[in-house]
Design a protein around this ligand. Structure first.
Ligand code: MSP
Length: 628
């Protein structure tokens, strides 16, 4: 039995949680539960990052004190984690006394050790990212990370002597291949460390920002939010407060983070730890990003996916499953509801759900619902047992490699083998032949036992559905009580249990629903409508487009401007009859060349199967008038 300590980033409380936050937290939860499955002693920590300018500004916008704002926002995170079935052992808020005390103590210690000095500082600050940049870092004056504008700041500040640890850090990373994972992230950091490393500005003048932990050696300053936040990882397991407890967890620590906060975790944090004489975390795992239509997600972009909407619609477990399944560790993934539904129907509803359903229904129908007592050795079981063995080994390895996606790959090899097994064994034929009773029993037992194994293996990802599978099998206790090693002896499902077939665990999602919703999604918002510039125009001249029976070429006046447009109305209107007529045109349409003639707009017309008529103002109005 080992120890496993896993953390998520502590999330800023300036905004609501979105699918990206949910992803990291679900991954950490799944990894925690997988480690519990192997019998490890687990500490799973998540929490909130509550100080700093970003939170302060969000609070000001709402006319609340930062503390009142944080108190309210933290509940949204906690409520979401509850709904998503997150099994964290601790939740840390950086405004808690236990944390503030550790931060102050560390600041004082490293100040006393001469690791902090004051200096005048000039730099460009990105408020949303809470990061300083030098002029050469900027891209067109904007933050090189997020592209948003920066502000120039010049003031006295305190600095941590981070630069002196550069060579040590490079060597540490090079000699500890598992410290930063996956390899791509490790290379990114080594690349970053090829440039000279500066010292880290760790203070903010109170005159500019009140909302932070005061520096114990200068009350006119508060601590930089990242310096404060990173320390949460050692506060929670008991740094300073309880040495033995701290040591127990820290040597097995893993920080799961998104690739956006790699530098703070892989450069700032290790140097801070070195300065206070604490060993480095065992692993920092930087995962990729969920994108929507290949762009980053965010409230400002209007494409943030709300985790609750999906969990409400398809169920928490399906949502957890999809997130774990669809992102390969380290890479970005594009989120789409269609992909979600497709995976759900294929893997959860068909391959897993039907397997359970067939297994318990056949046990009920052919064996009165009683789990038969069988002798485990039977040639028909060879392939299934071999697959079980392979799956269990692969699962163990994938857990060690912290790759839940690979766990699911391995588990699904067993699901597919079990489905093949049903087809090959065809219990519905065996049931018709009294001489085949023993084989029928062996077959059904094997299916139920495989379902039991699957419930245990899948519990970390789909905890409530795994319990439902367990219940339908009539098994005692909970899938959570069984360890990976226990599964190695095949046949753990007790005979004589009574199966309890129930509703499908993952009912199929009708794809039409999605299509219908898509159709509804075709509704446009008012602001989208406003993008369309419709204006009244007068037709000054009209002629046929040569060689095109249906097209007219119109010269129109929009009051302040003359344009030419091409319209497919020649079958309905004589050119001469149109001159002097007012029409409505889309004035901000991209120009296009139609049959060699340039068209700078489009007129509006109504049509049905037989006829077409121009949309015109009800009475004369000035040319160029806006239509809205
Ligand atoms: N408060 C800091 C972290 C301090 S840790 C000592 C912070 N907070 S955050 O609220 O911005 O959360 C960032 C984290 O949210 C990312 O590292 C990642 O874990 C998660 N994600 C945010 N957007 C994401 C995606 N689009 N996709 C996947 N994860 C994402 O940074």
């Amino acid at each position: 039995m080992g120890t496993f300590y896993i953390t998520t980033p502590i999330y800023y409380v300036n905004d609501e949680p979105h699918i990206g936050h949910a992803y990291t937290t679900i991954m950490a939860d799944v990894l925690s539960r997988f480690h519990r499955l192997t019998g490890d002693d687990v500490l799973f920590l998540t929490g909130t990052d509550e100080h700093g300018q970003k939170v302060d500004e969000a609070a000001k916008k709402r006319n609340l004190s930062p503390q009142a704002h944080a108190d309210e926002m933290v509940m949204r995170f906690q409520a979401l984690w509850e709904i998503l079935n997150i099994s964290n052992d601790d939740f840390i808020r950086t405004t808690e006394a236990r944390h503030k005390r550790v931060v102050s103590e560390i600041l004082q210690r490293i100040y006393d050790a001469g690791e902090i000095y004051s200096d005048n500082y000039e730099g460009w600050y990105c408020v949303p990212d809470e990061r300083f940049w030098t002029e050469k870092d900027l891209v067109d004056g904007n933050c090189p990370d997020c592209g948003r504008p920066t502000v120039k700041i010049s003031e006295k500040n305190y600095f941590f002597r981070m630069s002196k640890y550069q060579d040590w850090l490079i060597e540490y990373i090079e000699t500890h291949p598992n410290f930063i994972r996956p390899e791509k992230r490790r290379n990114e950091i080594l690349g970053f460390l090829r440039q000279p490393l500066g010292d880290l500005c760790i203070s903010r003048p109170r005159a500019r920002l009140e909302w932070g932990i005061p520096l114990p050696f200068d009350e006119d300053y508060v601590c930089y939010v990242w310096f404060d936040a990173l320390i949460n990882y050692i506060t929670a397991p008991g740094y300073i407060a309880d040495d033995a407890r701290f040591e127990h967890w820290w040597q097995a620590s893993c920080h799961l983070i998104g690739k956006d906060i790699l530098t703070t975790h892989c450069v700032y944090w290790p140097t801070m730890l070195k300065a206070i004489g604490v060993s480095l975390p065992k692993t920092i795992m930087g995962h990729g990003f969920w994108l929507v239509d290949e762009t980053k997600m965010g409230k400002s972009l209007g494409n943030a996916i709300r985790p609750l909407d999906l969990a409400d619609k398809y169920g928490v477990d399906a949502f957890r499953y999809f997130l774990v399944r669809d992102m390969t560790l380290g890479q970005d993934s594009d989120f789409s509801e269609e992909a979600f539904v497709q995976r759900y129907n294929t893997e959860l509803a068909n391959e897993l759900g039907n397997l359970l359903n067939r297994s318990v229904v056949m046990a009920a129908r052919y064996l009165d619902g009683v789990v038969p007592e069988v002798d485990g050795d039977h040639a028909a079981l060879d392939a299934l047992k071999a697959q079980t063995e392979e799956t269990l080994n692969a699962v163990g390895k994938a857990i060690d490699a912290m790759n839940p996606n690979a766990v699911l790959d391995a588990v699904w090899r067993l699901v597919r083998e079990a489905n093949r097994f049903v087809e090959v064994q065809a219990p519905w034929h065996l049931a018709k032949d009294a001489c085949k009773r023993a084989e029928l029993e062996v077959t059904i037992y094997a299916l139920l036992e495989t379902m039991r194994q699957l419930a245990v293996l899948l519990f970390p990802v789909i905890p409530s559905k795994a319990c439902e599978i367990w219940r339908q099998l009539g098994a005692k206790g909970s899938p959570e009580d069984v360890h990976l090693d226990d599964l190695k002896s095949w046949g753990g499902l007790d005979a004589n249990l009574q199966v309890a077939p129930g509703d499908p665990v993952f009912p199929r999602i009708e794809e039409v629903n999605v299509a219908e919703e898509k159709a509804q999604e075709d509704l446009i918002s008012f602001s989208e409508f406003q993008k369309l510039k419709l204006r009244v125009a007068k037709i000054d001249a009209a002629e046929r487009v040569k060689g095109a029976d249906r097209l007219l070429q119109l010269q129109i006046s929009l009051g302040d401007e003359q344009r030419q447009i091409v319209a497919g109305i020649a079958e309905y209107y004589e050119p001469e009859a149109l001159v002097g007529q007012q029409i409505v045109v889309v004035a901000n349409l991209e120009p296009a060349t139609i049959r060699g003639v340039e068209s700078q707009g489009m007129l509006l017309a109504a049509s049905d199967d037989n006829d077409l008529t121009l949309v015109t103002p009800d009475s004369e109005i000035s040319d160029g008038a806006e239509v809205s």
